[in-house]
Design a binder for this molecule. Structure first.
Ligand SMILES: Cc1cc2nc3c(=O)[nH]c(=O)nc-3n(C[C@H](O)[C@H](O)[C@H](O)COP(=O)(O)OP(=O)(O)OC[C@H]3O[C@@H](n4cnc5c(N)ncnc54)[C@H](O)[C@@H]3O)c2cc1C
Length: 454
């Protein structure tokens, strides 16, 4: 892949000066892959996106995402649907176990949901129409757009450096469910294949995804079903509770089909609880309704009734009443093990023909509220580098330093919250520190190590 300054508006120049459109393959069709695809398309680059999930649309987990600065910047820069992506929250409040407010601070934060972000990105990338566009529109086609192809049911299994190009091997699932081994050549591979990235494992097998010792139990409750006491603390508020080995946060997100109409939104809870690795309780929790032991996630509708009873028994009494109410009223709780993925040693590989972005580059703990923002930031930086408005070194430095700093911060504040019993002011300080916007974040000197030789 030719480097900085050799691309303008989707056209690359060979070393002999001949122009050609680079062939870009994106691996992973969740938010990171779609951020990259949408930005590349807008700048005139043609892309083919390979997503392993066999369905054309990924399944909504119906859960909230805190939309950090770079997620909002991405939509401001590239969204053509005109649909608001976020519900604002104006205040942070902290509860004690009795449910009294013990601290509050004015702080605007934008809350979105994974599915709304996903459908807006699909509309922008490959013009998928959906009810999520109500109040917005299907984006217009511009003659300067790059061509896009979204291929579901394509699982990438290997990549190989072929000099000027990368050979990607993948299994393509046909309509009959049979998988066929296929290959494709690319000038640039954008690896957006998430925290268990196949591409990162090929490039740097030492980087592992490890269990952090606690899980998050998540769910939503329709706004209309909240009691007045719950609505008072959750509606357009970011509400927190810290107790021994427990943390719960609850906030308002968009409702069905992305509606942000008051009264039709959802109350979204995020409840962290310790389950030691290899404990019988963790095994119980992660064994789904069909008896299958899952490693990382129990999706909505798959948590066994006995596991849910166990969770409530272990933790219900520890929660403030408004949060206990959410656990009692949710109909489809789901569970994710909290994991760590240390940043890969570099984001550009195979002579700049492979770029790792988002969770494939570094897997943050959710307390950083930065995973989606990282994916948006990496995608915007990638396009700026290709188009020559950012030089290669600056692109590497800004994305790697951000990944290193935020990943380490997530481990620190997550461990303090789950494994130490501190005063509430310490947790408030941790959260305020995690909320410092990227542009104002001061990176430790250690985050620069080795970046000048990448
Ligand atoms: C279905 C889904 C629902 C989610 N819901 C939420 C939510 O509600 N709240 C929240 O905070 N976060 C959610 N996340 C996580 C969130 O999207 C990410 O943390 C963040 O946005 C960074 O995204 P990413 O694209 O880098 O990684 P991910 O979102 O993990 O996406 C990686 C994608 O790559 C695909 N993939 C993996 N391996 C291969 C392969 N070998 N070949 C081809 N494709 C591959 C996966 O199927 C997936 O679609 C969800 C992720 C997914 C996939």
């Amino acid at each position: 892949m030719a480097t900085n300054g050799t691309h303008t508006n989707g056209v690359a120049h060979n070393s002999d000066g001949v122009k050609h459109k680079p062939k870009i393959v994106i691996v992973g069709g969740s938010l990171g892959g779609l951020f990259a695809g949408t930005a590349l398309k807008t700048h005139g680059y043609d892309t083919i996106l390979l997503e392993r999930n066999p369905d054309n649309l990924l399944h909504n987990q119906g859960a909230g995402i805190v939309a950090g600065g770079d997620t909002i910047s991405f939509f401001e820069r590239y969204d053509r649907t005109g649909k608001p992506v976020a519900v604002p929250s104006y205040k942070r409040i902290y509860l004690n176990q009795k449910g009294d407010v013990i601290h509050e601070q004015a702080q605007r934060q934008n809350m979105t949901s994974w599915d709304l972000s996903y459908y807006l990105l699909r509309a922008n990338y490959d013009r998928i129409d959906s009810a999520y566009l109500e109040g917005g529109k299907l984006p217009e086609v511009r003659p300067t757009d790059g061509e896009v192809t979204y291929c579901s049911g394509c699982t990438v299994t290997a990549i190989e450096d072929k000099g000027d190009q990368v050979l990607i091997s993948y299994l393509r699932r046909g309509e009959d469910g049979k998988e066929e081994a296929t290959t494709i050549l690319a000038d640039l591979v954008v690896a957006a294949d998430g925290p268990s990235s196949t591409i990162r494992k090929i490039l740097e097998p030492e980087v592992e995804r490890t269990y952090a010792g606690y899980v998050v139990i998540r769910g939503t409750v329709p706004e209309q079903e909240g009691s007045p006491e719950a609505l008072e603390v959750f509606r357009e508020r970011f509400c927190f509770f810290h107790g021994p080995a427990t943390q719960n946060l609850t906030y308002t997100i968009a409702g069905a089909n992305g509606t942000t109409e008051p009264g039709e939104r959802l109350l979204n809870f995020v409840w962290y609880a310790n389950f030691p690795a290899s404990s019988p309780e963790l095994d119980h929790l992660m064994t789904d309704i069909s008896g299958r032991r899952r490693h990382i996630t129990i999706p909505p509708g798959h948590l066994s009734a006995s596991a849910w009873e166990m969770v409530k028994k272990l933790g219900h009494d520890k929660l403030p009443p408004q949060m206990a109410e959410m656990a009692a009223k949710t109909t489809a709780p789901f569970v994710q093990c909290i994991t760590d993925v240390k940043p890969a040693s570099k984001n550009l590989w195979m002579g700049d023909k492979v770029a790792l972005i988002g969770d494939a580059l570094a897997g943050f703990r959710p307390h950083t509220v930065a995973s989606t923002s990282q994916a948006a930031f990496d995608a915007m930086g990638l396009v700026e580098w290709l188009d020559g408005s950012t030089d290669r070194q600056a692109f590497v430095k800004q994305t790697m330093q951000f990944a290193r700093e935020v990943q380490a911060m997530g481990v620190r504040i997550g461990d303090r919250s789950q494994f130490e019993d501190l005063e509430i002011k310490e947790y408030i300080e941790d959260r305020n520190f995690a909320s410092i916007i990227r542009q104002e974040r001061v990176y430790g000197k250690w985050t620069e190590e080795g970046l000048d030789v990448i």
